[in-house]
Design a protein around this ligand. Structure first.
Ligand SMILES: *[C@@H]1O[C@H](CO)[C@@H](O)[C@H](O)[C@H]1NC(C)=O
Ligand SMILES: *[C@@H]1O[C@H](CO)[C@@H](O)[C@H](O)[C@H]1NC(C)=O
Ligand SMILES: *[C@@H]1O[C@H](CO)[C@@H](O)[C@H](O)[C@H]1NC(C)=O
Ligand SMILES: *[C@@H]1O[C@H](CO)[C@@H](O)[C@H](O)[C@H]1NC(C)=O
Ligand SMILES: *[C@@H]1O[C@H](CO)[C@@H](O)[C@H](O)[C@H]1NC(C)=O
Ligand SMILES: *[C@@H]1O[C@H](CO)[C@@H](O)[C@H](O)[C@H]1NC(C)=O
Ligand SMILES: *[C@@H]1O[C@H](CO)[C@@H](O)[C@H](O)[C@H]1NC(C)=O
Ligand SMILES: *[C@@H]1O[C@H](CO)[C@@H](O)[C@H](O)[C@H]1NC(C)=O
Ligand SMILES: *[C@@H]1O[C@H](CO)[C@@H](O)[C@H](O)[C@H]1NC(C)=O
Ligand SMILES: *[C@@H]1O[C@H](CO)[C@@H](O)[C@H](O)[C@H]1NC(C)=O
Length: 872
C-alpha cells in the first residue's frame, strides 16, 4: 500500500522510466511514455458560481455544523454490499441525513423490479432530438427518485466511441463530441429536474474494457501490474474527449465519476491534471468527483488530486479496509490532507445534493440491489440484520409509451427501395433468433450477459431488469393478425431448410432480425470480453441474410447492435429492399420496430456513427493484447481528433453509411442558406484570482475523540467507518509506513490553500469554461421543404470546416429535428458559438479562432452537404 503512494507520486509528477517496446517491424525501439503534468492545489468551490449560489449557501450552512467524522462519512462509501444500493456513503444521524444511495444505470434502475428499461444512450442519440433526450432523462430520474436513489450513475460520455468494438459505447451516445455533448447535457437536466443527482461518467478516456482493471485482466489470463493508459494529447483532449464533459458541467451536473484506467500514465482518480486542472479549474466544475468502483488507488494522494468521494469505500470489494474512512480522519488530523480539502469534499457533495432539490429528510431507500427477496439482510455482505429490504415499488408510470416513442424515433432507415412502409402484406415471414425471446426469460442472464433471443440492451452494470420485453415476433404477429396477414416466424438463425421453404414462397415479405452485442468487461460472452472481438453479426447472421436474400426478392433486414456491423457483403443486394438499425431499443423493442415498419412512425433517426466497409477502415481498434510487458498497456490516441467520420473523410475513404445518415418515407429539399453575424466583441481571457480556501467548522485534535463511540457500537462486519480502532494513530491506520511526512510523497503545492490564479480559459463564476466561449458568433438559417406526400421529421445538420490544415474536413456543430407537413417549408435555425469556431491552442492554453477561412454546411448527413456558405 505504501508503494501505491509512491506510485502515485511518480505518476503524477515525474515521467515514468523509459520503456522499451517492440514496434510492428519487430525492432526494439525506445518510446517516450506519455506523462501527466502535476496540477495542485485542488480547486475549492466558488461561492458565486452561476446556478450554484443557493446550493452553496445551503451546503455551507450544513457543512459548518459537521464534525470531522461526519465530513469523512460523506466522502467514504461504507463498503461493497454493505447497504442496499450499489454504493452508499456513511450517514449523519445526528442531523437526520440518511446515507446517500448511488445506483446504476444510464438506462434504468439496475437490479430492482417494477422499473423500466429505456433505450440505450446511443439509440436515444440517434433521435437527434433534444426534447426526447431530456424527457428520457427526466423519466429515468423520476424512477430513481421513486426508489430512493440519491445519485443516478449516468449519463455516459466516456467511452465516446473511439473504437467501434468498444464494449460500452452503447451506454454513451456517439463518437461525435457535439452530439454527445448535447445529449449528455439534456439527459443531465432531465435527471436533475426529477430531483436526483446525475453523474457524468467515466472521466475520461475510458474507451475500452480490456485492461481497465488489473484483477479483471488477470482473470482473463493477461499478466499486467497496472491498468491501461489512454495517452491523449492536450488538443485532442479538449477538442474531442473533454468536450462533452464541458457540456455536462455547463448543464450543472452534480457529480462526475473518474474512470478505471490511466490517462497519460496516471490513474484517472488521482490524476491532478484531469481532476484539478481540467475539470475543476478550467471547466469550473462545482460538484463532486466520485471514483469508479475500486478505481481509487491511494489515500492522501487521491484526496489532493481532486477526488471527493470513494466508492464503494473499501480498497477492493470486501476487504474491510479503506484508503479513506479512518485513514482520511487520520490524514486530516496529522496534517497530511489539509482540512480545507476535506471541507471542500463535503461542500461539493452537499452542494450537488441541494442543487438537485434534495432536502435533508429524504424518502427511504425501498429496494436492495442484492436480492429480489422481500426480506433479507440489510447489510448484505455481512449477512446481518434481516428485515424487509424490498418494497417492490412500481415506479414506471406511463414510461412505456415514451420508451416506445424514443426507440421508434431512434430507428435509422438505412436503405429503402420502396418496400417500406408495409401495408397489410399478404404473407410476412419473420426470421432470426433476434426476433424472439430469451428461452431463459428476459432477465435470464446475469446483467444481460448473453445473446439469447432479441437483444434489447447490452450487458454489464449499464443495464436494468426488464419489467417485460416486447419481442419483434410478438408485436409483428399481433399486427399481422389485425391486418389479416398470413404470418410465420422462424426464431432461429440456423433453420436453413425451413426458412428457405417459407421465404421462397410467392408473396413472401421476409423481415430478418440479426444482432451483435457487447458490454462491460467483467462478463465474457462468447469470447467477447466486454469489447467486441469482431464487427460481424453474431450467430451466423451474415449467412442468414445472404441465404434469405438469395431466394426472396423482398428481404428486409433489422439490426440490433451496439454500433456498426459489417454489412459489406450484402447491403447492395437488390433483393434486400430495406435495412434498418434499431440500436438497443429497451423494453418496447417489438412495438417500436412495428411502428416504423408499418409507417405509424415515419423514420427520421440518423446513424450516430459511421458504417465502414471493413474493420480496418475505421483506423482505430481495441488493444486486445498487452503491449508493455507486465507494465501498463499503452494506448496512444495518435489519430488525434480523427475518429469515425472525421477519419473516413481525412482518408478520403468510402464508407457504406456515414455519420448523420438516415432516410424517411417522405422527401425533403434544402434551400436558401443565410448567415447572420453577431457582434459579440473581442474575447477577454479570464483574469484574477480565487479567494483562499475556506474551512467550515472546528475540530478537536485529541485522537480519543475519534475512536468508536462505545463498546456497544453496532459494528457491522467489513463495514467502512470514519472512526479509529484505537487512539494510537499508527495502529489505527494499520499503514506500515505510518508517519511518512507529506512532503515525501505529495507533490509541492498539494496542500497550499492560498488564493490561486484563474485560468484564462476558465469561467469567472461560470461552470463550463469562459463565458465568452458560448457567445453566439453566427446564426445560420436554411429552408427545408417536405416534397413528398407524408408528414415527417427531418434532421438538418450544421457542419463546419474550421479550415486549418490539421482540421477535419467537416465537424458537426448543431442540428434540429423538425416536423414538416407535405408541401410545407420550415426554417432550420442553427448557431455557432465561439467554442464551435475555435481550436484548442496548447501553447496559449485557450480556445482560439484561427484565421483560416471557415465554411458552414447545412445538410442531411456528414457527407450529404446540400448547402454551404463562407463565414465572413
Ligand atoms: C457514519 O455513518 C455510519 C453508517 O451510516 C453511521 O453508523 C455512523 O453513525 C456515522 N457516524 C457519524 C459520526 O455520523
Ligand atoms: C506475472 O508477471 C510477474 C512479473 O514479471 C511474474 O513475477 C509473475 O510470475 C507472472 N505471473 C504469471 C501468472 O505469469
Ligand atoms: C489505511 O490505508 C492503508 C493503505 O494506505 C491500509 O493498508 C490500511 O489498512 C488502511 N487502514 C484502514 C483502517 O482502513
Ligand atoms: C443462452 O446464453 C448462454 C450464454 O451465452 C448460452 O450458453 C446458452 O446456450 C443460451 N441458451 C439458449 C437456450 O439460447
Ligand atoms: C402473389 O403472388 C402471385 C404469384 O406470384 C401473384 O400473381 C400475385 O400478384 C401476388 N399477390 C400479391 C398481393 O403480391
Ligand atoms: C464474431 O463474434 C461473434 C460473437 O462472438 C461470433 O458469433 C461470430 O462468429 C464472429 N465472427 C467471425 C467472423 O468470426
Ligand atoms: C433475388 O431473388 C431471386 C428469387 O426471387 C433470385 O432468383 C435471385 O438470384 C436473387 N438475387 C440475388 C442477387 O440474390
Ligand atoms: C484527550 O481526551 C481524553 C478524553 O477526554 C482526555 O483524557 C485526554 O487528556 C485528552 N488528551 C489531551 C492531550 O488533551
Ligand atoms: C497521516 O495519516 C495517513 C493516513 O493514515 C498516513 O498514511 C500517514 O502516514 C500519516 N502521516 C503522518 C505524518 O503521520
Ligand atoms: C490572424 O491574423 C492577424 C493579422 O495577421 C494576426 O494579428 C493574428 O494573430 C492572427 N490570428 C491567429 C489566431 O493566428
Amino acid at each position: 500500500m505504501h508503494l501505491q503512494h509512491v506510485a502515485l507520486w511518480l505518476a503524477a509528477t515525474v515521467p515514468a522510466a523509459a520503456r522499451a517496446s517492440c514496434t510492428n517491424n519487430g525492432q526494439l525501439t525506445k518510446r517516450v511514455p506519455a506523462t501527466s503534468d502535476p496540477y495542485y492545489p485542488s480547486p475549492w468551490m466558488d461561492p458565486e458560481a452561476d446556478g450554484w449560489e443557493d446550493a452553496y449557501a445551503k451546503a455551507k450552512d450544513f457543512v459548518s455544523q459537521l464534525t470531522l467524522l461526519e465530513k469523512v462519512n460523506l466522502t467514504t462509501g461504507v463498503g461493497w454490499a454493505a447497504e442496499q444500493c450499489v454504493g452508499q456513503t456513511g450517514s449523519i444521524p445526528r442531523l437526520g441525513l440518511r446515507s446517500m444511495c448511488m445506483q446504476d444505470s444510464p438506462l434504468g434502475i439496475r437490479g430492482t423490479d417494477y422499473n423500466s428499461v429505456f433505450p440505450s444512450g446511443q439509440t436515444a442519440a440517434a433521435t437527434f432530438d433534444r426534447n426526447l433526450l431530456n424527457r428520457r432523462g427526466y423519466a429515468m430520474g423520476i424512477e430513481a427518485k421513486g426508489k430512493g436513489v440519491t445519485v443516478l450513475l449516468g449519463p455516459v460520455a466516456g467511452p465516446l466511441g473511439r473504437m467501434p468494438e468498444g464494449g460500452r459505447n452503447w451506454e454513451g451516445f456517439s463518437p461525435d463530441p457535439v452530439l454527445t455533448g448535447i445529449s449528455i447535457a439534456e439527459t443531465i437536466k432531465g435527471v436533475q429536474d426529477a430531483g436526483v443527482v446525475a453523474c457524468a461518467k467515466h472521466f475520461v478516456g475510458n474507451e475500452q474494457e480490456h485492461f481497465r482493471q488489473v484483477g479483471e485482466a488477470k482473470g482473463y489470463g493477461y499478466n499486467i501490474s497496472e491498468t491501461l493508459s489512454s495517452n491523449i494529447d492536450d488538443k485532442t483532449m479538449h477538442e474531442l474527449y473533454l468536450w462533452p464533459f464541458q457540456d455536462a458541467v455547463r448543464a450543472g451536473v452534480g457529480s462526475v465519476m473518474c474512470s478505471y484506467q490511466q490517462v497519460n500514465n496516471s490513474y484517472a482518480c488521482q490524476n491532478s491534471k484531469l481532476l484539478n486542472d481540467l475539470l475543476k479549474n478550467e471547466l469550473g466544475f462545482q460538484g463532486f468527483v466520485m471514483s469508479d468502483w475500486q478505481a481509487q488507488h491511494t489515500g492522501a494522494a487521491s484526496a489532493v488530486a481532486g477526488l471527493d468521494m470513494t466508492m464503494p469505500g473499501d480498497t477492493e470489494f470486501n476487504t474491510g479496509i479503506s484508503f479513506w474512512g479512518a485513514n482520511l480522519t487520520l490524514g486530516v488530523l496529522n496534517g497530511t490532507v489539509p482540512a480545507w480539502r476535506l471541507d471542500d469534499m463535503a461542500m461539493r457533495i452537499m452542494a450537488a445534493y441541494f442543487k438537485a432539490g434534495l432536502t435533508i429528510k429524504q424518502d427511504p431507500i425501498n429496494f436492495s440491489f442484492w436480492t429480489r427477496d422481500t426480506y433479507g439482510p440489510i447489510h448484505w455482505a455481512a449477512n446481518k440484520d434481516v428485515q424487509q429490504i424490498n418494497w417492490h415499488v412500481d415506479v414506471r408510470q406511463d414510461h412505456g409509451n415514451l420508451i416506445r416513442e424514443i426507440a421508434a424515433k431512434g430507428t435509422v432507415l438505412l436503405k429503402n427501395n420502396g418496400s417500406l412502409p408495409l401495408k397489410k402484406p399478404k404473407f410476412l415471414v419473420v426470421v432470426g433468433d433476434d426476433a424472439g425471446g430469451n428461452p431463459l426469460g428476459p432477465n435470464g442472464c446475469n446483467d444481460r450477459g448473453c445473446d439469447n433471443g432479441t437483444v434489447g440492451i447490452g450487458w454489464g452494470s449499464g443495464t436494468a431488469n426488464y419489467p417485460y420485453l416486447v419481442t419483434p415476433d410478438a408485436a409483428l404477429q399481433a399486427q399481422a393478425i389485425k391486418d389479416g396477414t398470413r404470418y410465420e416466424s422462424v426464431l432461429s438463425n440456423y433453420a436453413n431448410t425451413q426458412t428457405r421453404a417459407l421465404v421462397s414462397q410467392a408473396n413472401a415479405t421476409a423481415v430478418i432480425f440479426v444482432n451483435a452485442d457487447s458490454g462491460e468487461g467483467y462478463i465474457n460472452v462468447d469470447g467477447n470480453e466486454g469489447d467486441r472481438k469482431n464487427l460481424t453479426l453474431w450467430k451466423n447472421g451474415d449467412d442468414l441474410v445472404k441465404n434469405v436474400a438469395s431466394v426472396c426478392p423482398n428481404t428486409i433486414v433489422v439490426i440490433h447492435s451496439p454500433g456498426p456491423v459489417l454489412i459489406t457483403d450484402w447491403y447492395n443486394n437488390p433483393n434486400i429492399t430495406a435495412i434498418l438499425w434499431a440500436g438497443f431499443p429497451g423494453q418496447e423493442s417489438g412495438n417500436s420496430i412495428t411502428d416504423v415498419l408499418y409507417g405509424k412512425v415515419n423514420p427520421s433517426a440518423r446513424t450516430p456513427f459511421s458504417w465502414g466497409a471493413t474493420r480496418e477502415s475505421f483506423g482505430t481498434d481495441v488493444l486486445y493484447e498487452p503491449n508493455n510487458g507486465n507494465g501498463a498497456p499503452q494506448q496512444d490516441f495518435s489519430e488525434g481528433v480523427f475518429i469515425d467520420y472525421r477519419h473516413f473523410d481525412k482518408a478520403n475513404a468510402s464508407l457504406i453509411y456515414e455519420f448523420g445518415f438516415g432516410l424517411s418515407y417522405t422527401t425533403f429539399e434544402y434551400s436558401n442558406i443565410q448567415v447572420q453575424k453577431s457582434s459579440s466583441g473581442a474575447y477577454n481571457p479570464t483574469t484574477g484570482t480565487t479567494g483562499p480556501a475556506p474551512t467550515f467548522g472546528n475540530y478537536s485534535t485529541n485522537l480519543t475523540d475519534y475512536v468508536f463511540p462505545s463498546d456497544e457500537f453496532p459494528y457491522v462486519y467489513q463495514y467502512i467507518y470514519p472512526y479509529l480502532n484505537t487512539s494510537d494513530a499508527k495502529n489505527a491506520s494499520a499503514d506500515p509506513f505510518y508517519g511518512q511526512p507529506a512532503e515525501d510523497f505529495l507533490p509541492p503545492q498539494a496542500t497550499n490553500g492560498s488564493a490561486q490564479p484563474l485560468l484564462r480559459s476558465s469561467g469567472k463564476s461560470v461552470p463550463g469554461g469562459n463565458r465568452q466561449l458560448f457567445d453566439v458568433l453566427y446564426t445560420i438559417t436554411a429552408d427545408i421543404k417536405n416534397t413528398g406526400s407524408l408528414a415527417g421529421d427531418e434532421v438538418p445538420q450544421l457542419y463546419l470546416s474550421l479550415g486549418g490544415p490539421d482540421d477535419p474536413k467537416v465537424v458537426l456543430r448543431d442540428f434540429a429535428r423538425i416536423r414538416i407537413d407535405p408541401g410545407q417549408t420550415s426554417q432550420f435555425r442553427a448557431k455557432l458559438t465561439r467554442r464551435d469556431l475555435s481550436n484548442w491552442d496548447p501553447a496559449v492554453q485557450d480556445w482560439v479562432v484561427s484565421n483560416a477561412t471557415k465554411t458552414v454546411y447545412v445538410g442531411r448527413s456528414s457527407r450529404l452537404l446540400d448547402l454551404s456558405a463562407q463565414l465572413l
